[in-house]
Design a protein around this ligand. Structure first.
Ligand code: MN
Length: 452
């Protein structure tokens, strides 16, 4: 967003700020700015960097990622508009104090050690960057700290220790149940337990990584003997995931009221799925080779604190969950989601529009349940939501549901249709929260299907 009030004086601008206590602005020799998301017109307009209209990476967002610039060295960055703040360079410029300590921390190829320092440290770093971006004019060191995002490559932001995938959308669970088990769509445990399974972290890949169509055992319709074949029902799953920001001890459950202390931030997640392989293998122990050939995550971790203004109530839970899954207050987040399919050399079509707020089970409930038996979590663990479907057909978060098991082909803009993904298709998931002129987005996660 370009500043609208560039002609107003500093004092006039200051008077526009609606944050409680006014803009405590470092540049004016005052105490620190109230920080991201303490709504502040003054700073929003006063960012000396010009941001594209409706950028996901507004001054309220400031998500973390790992990038590689021309020198080939991975480093930590923070996205702002079309740029990123090179955090190692910012540390070198003295933005955070303890120059050497922070430079070394941000020169690491993953964010785990930084995240492990705890949320107060991460908050302070974000506030320092925001203050720097809100100085009355571009500081002399801007050229050394800012980089164009188009000139860098993004990597996985964290080393993922353990990965769990939940199944927390009641619409998705019911839709899949209707197709796989027409007599018994929603199993009796579903409304009591945030159902999930332990997935595989080694095959989680960053945005832009191509996905090769897997081979496996499938049972042809009406037959009793499986064949070995390339997957013919390759699918995406629209999901979000959260990243653990704090270790818990083995044997000590995380109480639901404290669950969000353990959640550092969120990313977009595509749980690529081979439906024909999945259908044959999933009984009795659940997902295996139909899932573990690849999952993709978006490169920027949006910290939970940037998402606070977008908290909303979740769907009514009936029956009421057991005590350890109950907490007061809004438990969900209003994050708009969309999925586009782009065939080779053709324009994309948005095939699904959904929202994280539809999820029946919240992240806090997932984490409380995950640890209620004493299972521990560690910094960098990743927990995905499960496919996020809404109640309307256009909001279903997988082709399995959109094409209703292959019976209703999904039309694309180029005149073609899809029941499942074809070679050369690129699937792109986008997500963003937006309210009162604040936009906090996740960017995108995409992947192209390569032939088997
Ligand atoms: Mn999934």
């Amino acid at each position: 967003m370009k500043r609208k009030n560039a002609t107003l004086s500093f004092v006039q601008l200051k008077s526009l700020c609606s944050a409680p206590n006014g803009p405590m602005h470092a540049a004016a020799g005052e105490k620190e700015h109230p920080g991201p998301n303490k709504y502040c017109d003054f700073c929003r307009m006063q960012t000396w960097l010009s941001l594209p209209t409706d950028t996901d990476f507004s001054i309220f967002n400031l998500p973390y990622g790992i990038f590689v610039a021309a020198d080939g060295q991975p480093r930590a960055g923070m996205a702002i508009g079309d740029h990123l703040v090179d955090l190692a360079a910012a540390a070198d410029e003295g933005l955070f104090g303890k120059r050497r300590f922070f430079r070394k921390l941000f020169e690491q190829p993953v964010l785990n050690d930084f995240i492990a320092l705890g949320k107060p440290v991460a908050s302070r770093i974000r506030r320092k960057v925001q203050n720097w971006l809100c100085l009355p004019q571009a500081p002399g060191n801007a050229g050394r700290i800012l980089r164009e995002r188009s000139a860098v490559r993004m990597l996985l932001p964290i080393h993922i220790g353990d990965y769990t995938d939940f199944y927390s959308s009641i619409e998705h669970a019911t839709n899949v149940g209707k197709m796989f088990r027409p007599d018994n769509p929603l199993l009796p445990n579903w409304r009591w337990i945030p159902v999930g399974y332990h997935g595989r972290s080694s095959s989680i890949v960053p945005d832009g990584t191509p996905i090769r169509r897997p081979h496996g055992q499938v049972l042809p319709k009406g037959q009793e003997t499986p064949v070995f074949s390339a997957c013919k029902q390759l699918d995406f799953e629209l999901e979000m995931a959260f990243i653990i920001g704090k270790n818990s001890a083995l044997g000590e459950p995380i109480p639901i009221e404290r669950a969000e202390e353990y959640i550092f931030g969120m990313v977009l997640f595509n749980d690529w799925s081979a439906r024909d392989i999945q259908r044959w293998e999933y009984v009795p122990l659940g997902p295996f080779l139909g899932k573990n050939f690849g999952s993709s995550i978006s490169p920027w971790i949006v910290p939970l604190e940037a998402l606070k203004p977008f908290r909303v109530k979740g769907p009514k839970q009936n029956p009421p969950p057991l005590d350890y899954l109950r907490a007061a207050g809004a438990r969900n987040y209003d994050i708009r989601l969309e999925v586009a399919i782009q065939p080779e050399n053709a324009a994309e079509t948005i095939v699904c529009r959904s929202n994280t707020r539809y999820l029946y089970w919240s992240m806090a409930q997932q984490l409380a349940h995950h640890t209620i038996n004493g299972c521990n979590v560690r910094v960098g663990d990743l927990m995905a939501s499960g496919t996020i479907s809404g109640s309307q057909p256009g909001s279903f978060g997988s082709l399995l549901e959109l094409s209703w098991g292959g019976q209703k082909p999904v039309p694309l803009a180029n005149g073609a249709t899809r029941t499942f993904l074809e070679d050369g298709d690129t699937v792109c998931i986008r997500g963003w929260a937006q309210k009162d002129g604040q936009r906090v987005g996740f960017g995108a996660v995409s992947g192209k299907i390569l032939p088997a």
